[in-house]
Structure formats: structure tokens, C-alpha cells
Write a protein that binds this ligand. Structure first.
Ligand code: GLU
Length: 290
């Protein structure tokens, strides 16, 4: 049996905090215990939020924690061709369509729908896509694209779901409501999710699925905030012929008010703690690892 492959996949859009430390240390501990490998992936598809100085800080903070990862590190911004190819495969299956509404237009449509009662929200609390771009006539799509209108490529969830009726994953950790073992996937809870945009040929969901497959990741260990995203990932794996890895979602580290940690809060940033004299062993203790 080849050794299991774990990965830690931060986005360089801020400094790492205690929550990242917990996730990275857990991946590192599990990889070591299993005689496995640990990869580091930089999820930098969003050029407006990602910065090289944050990426440099990720390497420094992880090394300080005593984590070892394999090189070269995969930086998503260098692999747009791989994501484009997946978009083409999904397009060829007739599962993607462009939608042209701006954020403001979408908010207006949701407000309109809500006059008749609550409009459904996704597991992150964002309203599902309320538009009708799926049924835009082809010549109208063509006209808008040729006019240079920005667009998002959305997954036709109903059509995709019809191709992957029985979807589940093996959860070795725990979901937010204690889900464990075989968890039925519910990708429809996300509506017609965006998989790519005119300017960026990918999205979090698409690139994470493609990269985990290309890098041979066998064990995905990440925070419970991504638990229900796994539904979309399982669907994409099925549509793209990718074998599913095992999943282990872990508890989130919260601040003293019980809120999820944010990258902009100084108090829990690893570099602030380090500057204040904390040692790596203190960080392990703070996140509840022995
Ligand atoms: N890049 C994602 C984040 O920083 C994590 C992706 C994943 O572990 O699937 O939240």
C-alpha cells in the first residue's frame, strides 16, 4: 500500500491564526502517525485578496511550529490550465451555463423573491442563485459574451444531480451536528454554484477537487466550516471520474465569545503570539493538542 497523503491548504489572504495552527498540526500529526506524506498547497486563485507577503508568512509560521512539508509547494495560481480543462469537460457534458447578473442585480432579485416568503440559503447562509440564466436563449448568451459582459459559469445542479443520484462520503471526523460515518451528500443545498468566472477560470470548489486528485491526496483533514462543501466536492468528483478521498472534519477553534477566528484578528495570529513570547509547545496546548 502506498503511504497515505495528507495536505494543508491555506489561502494567503491574511496571517495564520490558532485555527490554522490546529489544522496544520493535526494534519502533520496524523501523517506522521500513519507513516504518510504531508503536502502544503497555497490556494491563491483570488488575486484581489491574496498577497505574497502572506504566503511568505505561512512558510515562516509553519516552519516555526515544527511542521515539515514536501516541496515543491503547489500554488493554484500556476495551474489555471488544469482548471480550464475541467471546466471544458463539464461544459462538454452540458452541465455549465453562464449567468450575467451583477451582485447588485442578484441582491435585487433575492429581495423580490423574498416578498413571497423566505428565499432558500446555502449552508454558509448565502441566498441560492435566484436568476433564470439557465434558460437564456443561446443567441442572447452569445451576444452578451461578445459584448464583453462579465459572467459566472454555474453548475446546472438539477442536471448534475440527475447524473449522480447516490452520493455520500466517509466521514472519519465529525460534522457540525455530530455527523459521522457514511454521510449522504446534499449538493442541491448550494443551488447552481459558481464553478468559474470570466476573469478566473476556477473557484474554490473546482480547484480543491482537481488539486486533491492531481496530488493524490487520500486523506482530507480540514475544519468543520467546510463540512457541507464536501457535498459539492463529491458531486464534482463523480462528474469528473475522480475517486473520493477519506474526509475528517475537525472542530473549529473559537475566540472567547465563541466566534470563528478571523484572519484580521491580531489576538490569535501566530506571529503576534510568537512576538509575545509563545513557544510552539504553547500553541499546541492552546489548541488542545498534547
Ligand atoms: N483554502 C481553504 C481555506 O483556507 C481550505 C481548503 C480545504 O481545506 O479544502 O479555508
Amino acid at each position: 500500500m502506498p503511504p497515505p497523503v495528507f495536505r494543508f491548504a491555506p489561502s494567503p489572504n491574511g496571517y495564520l491564526h490558532l485555527g490554522h495552527a490546529f489544522s496544520a498540526l493535526l494534519n502533520s500529526d496524523l501523517a506522521r502517525e500513519a507513516g504518510g506524506r504531508l503536502l502544503l498547497r497555497i490556494e491563491d486563485i483570488d488575486p484581489t485578496r491574496c498577497r505574497v507577503e502572506f504566503e511568505t508568512a505561512i512558510y515562516e509560521d509553519l516552519a516555526w511550529l515544527g511542521i515539515f512539508w514536501e516541496t515543491p509547494v503547489r500554488r493554484q495560481s500556476e495551474h489555471f490550465d488544469a482548471y480550464r480543462e475541467a471546466v471544458e469537460r463539464l461544459t462538454a457534458q452540458g452541465l455549465l451555463y453562464p449567468s450575467f447578473e451583477s451582485r447588485t442585480e442578484i441582491a435585487r432579485l433575492v429581495a423580490e423573491r423574498e416578498k413571497a416568503g423566505p428565499w432558500p440559503r446555502d449552508p454558509d447562509g448565502a441566498p441560492l442563485y435566484p436568476g433564470a440564466a439557465r434558460s437564456l436563449p443561446a443567441p442572447e448568451r452569445q451576444r452578451l459574451i461578445e459584448a464583453g459582459t462579465p459572467y459566472a459559469l454555474r453548475l446546472d445542479m438539477a442536471a448534475a444531480r440527475a447524473r449522480a443520484k447516490h452520493l455520500a462520503w466517509t466521514e472519519q471526523g465529525e460534522g457540525p451536528a455530530g455527523e459521522h460515518g457514511t454521510v449522504p451528500a446534499r449538493p442541491e443545498a448550494w443551488g447552481d454554484v459558481i464553478l468559474a468566472r470570466k476573469e478566473t477560470p476556477t473557484s474554490y470548489h473546482l480547484s480543491v477537487v482537481i488539486d486533491d486528485a492531481l496530488q493524490g491526496v487520500t486523506d482530507i483533514v480540514r475544519g468543520q466550516d467546510l463540512f457541507w462543501s464536501t457535498s459539492v466536492h463529491r458531486l464534482l468528483q463523480e462528474l469528473l471520474g475522480i475517486a473520493p478521498p477519506a474526509y475528517r472534519h475537525h472542530r473549529l477553534i473559537r475566540d472567547s465569545d465563541g466566534q470563528k477566528l478571523s484572519k484580521s484578528t491580531k489576538a490569535t495570529a501566530l506571529r503576534e503570539l510568537r512576538a509575545g513570547g509563545a513557544r510552539p509547545a504553547d500553541i499546541r496546548r492552546l489548541v488542545g493538542l498534547s
